[in-house]
Design a protein around this ligand. Structure first.
Ligand code: N01
Length: 895
């Protein structure tokens, strides 16, 4: 039914009561609900907000426990939609207290006259989609019913407190409080024996203040958490000056940053810094008292690499040992079970020092679990504690809990949201769910939400949703719904992003692990606020990709598809390259292209250290050739890999593939000899192929001199180097040359024909273009020679060739000829394996330390090389590109 028709009967009776008719109903009057109401009204929608509490504030209404503050600097944790609002309100502290934030939200409510459209003390108890009217019908706990075209959950991510799951709570005769539902009246703790259960952000904020009042405080800790001092006070002068100097730029940078706060991206990785440099950076972060700073500004690998992260963990533990006088207590407070940042770290004021007070006791539940709560206190497996007051700081059923708290939500064809989410939340962009038309979530699971500055993410979501509603109204659409394809694609992208991070190594509320029985999975989007914003914009820009829109008289638009198919880090790299506006390499001429590539490579991160790197000369087909040898740090002799770099037979050298060779040398424990074969146009076909053959032979003959194991060598190569490696194997067999135990061919050129689909599908946009490949071919090899197996090994004799691993990348013009070569080898009886790297481009697996999703594939390649050389495979790292098995498993959270 059209809105006009509905509006004509602004309310109508259902079953004796009156149903209020609105365009949009929003649940929740916190940060998100208030801004939504403001924007919806401005856009001319008739909207109401339904709020269970007695006033505005959302999480800041309920969480009134002592010490409650925000943990993002308040100048960042503010609305930015109205510059006048920004100057009308002045925060008094770096981290505002809960009462001040609540006053701010009240101020915003009055300023924009929002209160008149908020129904307080109104909890939604049921929401049903009615297909006939294309509206949601809501029931509430006070009997009011509402019919709305659009239903928006602005319910917050951390607003459904989790039950404590401890026996005997009901038996306790003393006072019981939950941090997430703290009373509005004064809670008197002076002179009392208080227990706090839980040491997350809430517990860690409350404990020092409770300790100041209570006669005795006993803290029951199941898992220690990382906390750093907030150093609260006035807003830091440098940040305030930055904001006030150019407010619009500051806010815009926040919107496009990774976490919603404008800090630059770190590029130095931990192993490039000395101990002293790392310590200096850490001390600076400790002094800054800022979570986003310490999570993003130490070194680039702190959040993605177990070793880079372990360095941070140890530096924090050192601080704990410095502050806490009793070594046993310090040890119990020191986290060892999760990487820093994989569980939300806390900001504290005097938290660790509180344990130096004689009136404070820490009970380590890992050593003495709680048996039960009794009438008079708490019994652990070792002791009993007489207690007057229990404070549960036990957290929330995060991300999904608040949405499920207003259940049942029944969508198209009677589908229940709790059934659809039984195995974890399924969403498109964290905003919508297939089969639930016209339902939106603000900062829902699948969006950056809790891994970002919520203020920034809320505004982005509210703006995106309201802009879509306006566009739909203008175009005459009345329903919007995510498609299954788009939703599944988003789940895949979410998983790809999460596999980059260390969240998989922690049991946290981010993953649902804190709630018994809840499905496990990283619920927030880990790809960053800026990238997420660009994806949402792209969805709209590409004709609402992944959405089905319908309107009256059968009008329908469905532009189905997946919004991100590239691996997330590959997408970022391509975005950066696009911004650099680089010239087409083929426009530079051969020498120009070499100069350009050399210059470009200088800006790439250096490779990791290996045992030894040395340059030398070997004998090629027509004279000496340079090589670079990478020796592992382990005692030799080691098996040898003869490696051929990429570069279209025109450019590239030992330096260009240096990070890859170092990485593979470390992973395989094998010597890599990277050969500087001759390039076209000075040396056209078959110079590169002949050099490959000659160099391999020379290396095999000089294996002992090089510190290698005598016997067969292994060959490997990328791109044109993959071509040289493949051809070398064929020549060695044909000519009875050196013995080759295996071949690793990474995105190899295997055939001089350009009619396979990948040449068309990936012709542009993925760095290696079809035009560039044509150019390479023209420079190296005349059309008359292109069927020669020395450049098109696919046309050669394949029987009895060495076993092979062929790696192809999804978005690579060379993909299909790589696959064809693997299939042809297999058909010829050669043992062959394939890696089809999903979401990767021609060069991404080579981008060591930049494209982390390539780690899985490189670990698999390393294992194959070890196998070829007769070495045992190394254990425990990879199962596939971008999907790594955790090298370190941790204990499940204790129940
Ligand atoms: O909740 P939590 P929170 N027996 O889940 C323990 C935001 N926040 O309310 O880790 C014994 O972090 C549980 O132990 P374990 C912020 O994003 C922000 O503190 O599961 N213990 C853990 O120690 C934060 O991350 C601010 O082993 C039990 C604790 O209770 C999020 O809210 C302030 C237990 C729960 O910690 C949640 O923080 C406060 C049991 N049965 C919160 N069950 C700001 O500063 C749970 N625990 C803005």
């Amino acid at each position: 039914m059209a809105d006009a028709a509905v509006a004509a009967s602004s309310s109508k009776a259902t079953g004796g009561s009156t149903t209020q008719q609105v365009d949009v109903a929003v649940v929740g009057a916190g940060f998100a609900g208030l801004y939504l109401l403001h924007r919806l009204r401005k856009a001319g929608f008739n909207a109401i907000v339904l709020e269970e509490a007695g006033d505005v504030g959302g999480t800041w209404y309920w969480n009134r426990y002592p010490g409650a503050r925000c943990d993002i600097q308040t100048i960042d944790y503010s609305y930015t939609f109205d510059p006048e609002l920004e100057t009308a309100w002045k925060w008094s502290e770096k981290y505002a207290t809960q009462p001040e934030i609540l006053r701010y939200l009240g101020f915003v409510t009055e300023r924009y006259d929002l209160r008149r459209d908020i129904r307080f003390h109104t909890k939604v108890t049921e929401a049903n989609w009615d297909q006939a009217t294309e509206r949601w019908l809501l029931k509430t706990d006070n009997g009011a019913t509402i019919s709305c075209r659009y239903y928006i959950m602005a319910t917050g991510c951390l607003s459904a407190p989790k039950p404590p799951e401890i026996d005997g709570v009901k038996d306790f005769k003393g006072e019981v409080y939950f941090t997430g539902r703290w009373p509005h009246d004064d809670v008197k703790l002076a002179g009392k024996r208080v227990a706090v259960i839980g040491t997350g952000s809430s517990g860690i904020q409350a404990i020092p203040l409770i300790a100041e009042q209570a006669a005795q405080l006993t803290v029951f800790q199941r898992t220690p958490n990382f906390a750093l001092p907030a150093h609260n006070g006035p807003a830091p002068a440098d940040r305030a000056a930055l904001l006030e100097g150019d407010r619009a730029t500051y806010r815009e940078q926040a919107r496009w940053s990774m976490a919603g706060v404008p800090w630059p991206q770190q590029t130095a990785v931990s192993w490039q810094l000395s101990d002293a440099e790392r310590r200096e950076r850490f001390e600076q972060a400790w002094a800054a008292g800022d979570l986003v700073y310490i999570l993003t500004q130490l070194w680039a690998d702190q959040g993605v690499d177990v070793d880079g992260n372990a360095l941070v963990c140890e530096l924090v533990r050192e601080k704990i040992r410095d502050i806490v006088k009793d070594p046993e207590t310090a040890a119990a407070l020191s986290p060892f079970d999760h990487p820093f940042g994989a569980k939300r770290p806390c900001l504290d004021t005097n938290y660790y020092a509180t344990y130096n007070r004689p009136s404070v006791t820490l009970v380590n539940l890992r050593q003495e679990p709680i048996k039960a709560i009794t009438a008079t206190g708490i019994a652990t497996e070792k002791r009993t504690f007489d207690i007057d007051v229990i404070v549960f700081a036990t957290g929330f059923d995060a991300m999904t809990g608040a949405i499920m708290a207003v259940h049942p939500i029944t969508g198209r064809n009677g589908k229940s949201l709790s059934d659809v989410w039984a195995n974890g939340p399924q969403t498109y962009l964290g905003l919508t769910v297939a089969d639930f038309p016209n339902l939106f979530m603000i900062t829902g699971p699948g969006s950056p939400s809790v891994l970002s500055n919520m203020a920034v993410s809320i505004e982005q979501h509210a703006d995106w949703v309201v802009d879509r509603l306006i566009a739909m109204r203008d175009a005459g659409f009345t329903t919007i719904e995510a498609t299954e394809t788009a939703q599944d694609g988003w789940a895949q992208h979410m998983a790809d992003c999460a596999s980059l991070t260390l969240h998989r190594l922690a049991n946290t509320w981010y993953t649902g692990a804190n709630v018994p029985g809840k499905a496990w999975g990283v619920m927030p989007y880990t790809g960053g606020v800026g990238p997420y914003r660009s994806i949402c914009n792209e969805v709209a820009g590409r004709g609402m990709l992944g959405f089905r829109l319908t309107g009256p008289n059968g009008v329908e638009q469905c532009n189905d598809g997946e919004i991100v198919r590239l691996q997330p880090d590959v997408r970022l790299v391509l975005g950066m390259l696009a911004e650099m506006n680089l010239p087409a390499i083929e426009s530079l001429g051969a020498q120009g292209s070499r100069d350009f590539v050399n210059e470009f490579n200088k800006a790439r991160p250096a490779g990791r250290p290996v045992g030894e790197v040395g340059d030398g000369m070997l004998q090629g087909a027509d004279g000496p050739l340079p090589y670079r040898l990478y020796r592992p740090a382990t005692p030799g002799p080691h098996p040898i890999v003869v490696y051929f770099h990429g570069g279209g037979w025109v450019f590239g050298d030992q330096q260009s593939d240096d990070p890859f060779c170092r990485d593979m040398c470390r992973r395989t424990g094998m010597i890599f000899v990277s050969v500087g074969y001759r390039h076209a146009p000075e040396h056209r076909f078959p110079a590169a192929a002949e050099d490959g053959y000659a160099a391999t032979r020379w290396v095999a003959e000089h294996a002992a001199e090089l510190g290698g194991k005598p016997g067969p060598v292994v060959v490997a190569g990328w791109s044109a180097g993959g071509n040289v490696a493949a051809v070398t194997c064929q020549l060695a067999q044909e000519r009875g040359g050196s013995q080759i135990a295996g071949q690793l061919l990474i995105c190899p050129v295997t055939d001089g024909s350009f009619d396979r689909p990948s040449y068309t599908d990936n012709a542009t946009g993925y760095f290696l273009t079809r035009a560039l490949m044509y150019w390479f071919w023209d420079i190296y090899c005349s059309p008359a020679d292109r069927a020669d197996p020395r450049v098109s090994p696919l046309r050669g004799k394949l029987e009895n060739l060495p076993q092979a691993l062929v790696v192809t990348c999804e978005f690579d013009p060379l993909r299909d000829e790589g696959v064809a070569y693997a299939e042809a080898l297999a058909a010829a009886g050669v043992p062959v394996e394939q890696i089809k790297a999903r979401g990767h481009i021609h060069s991404s697996l080579m981008m060591v330390d930049v494209v982390i999703t390539g780690v899985g594939a490189r670990a698999q390649m390393a294992n194959a090389l070890r196998r070829f050389a007769g070495l045992p495979e190394s254990k425990g790292e990879s199962v596939g590109p971008g999907a790594t098995v955790p090298p370190h498993q941790i204990d499940a959270a204790a129940g």
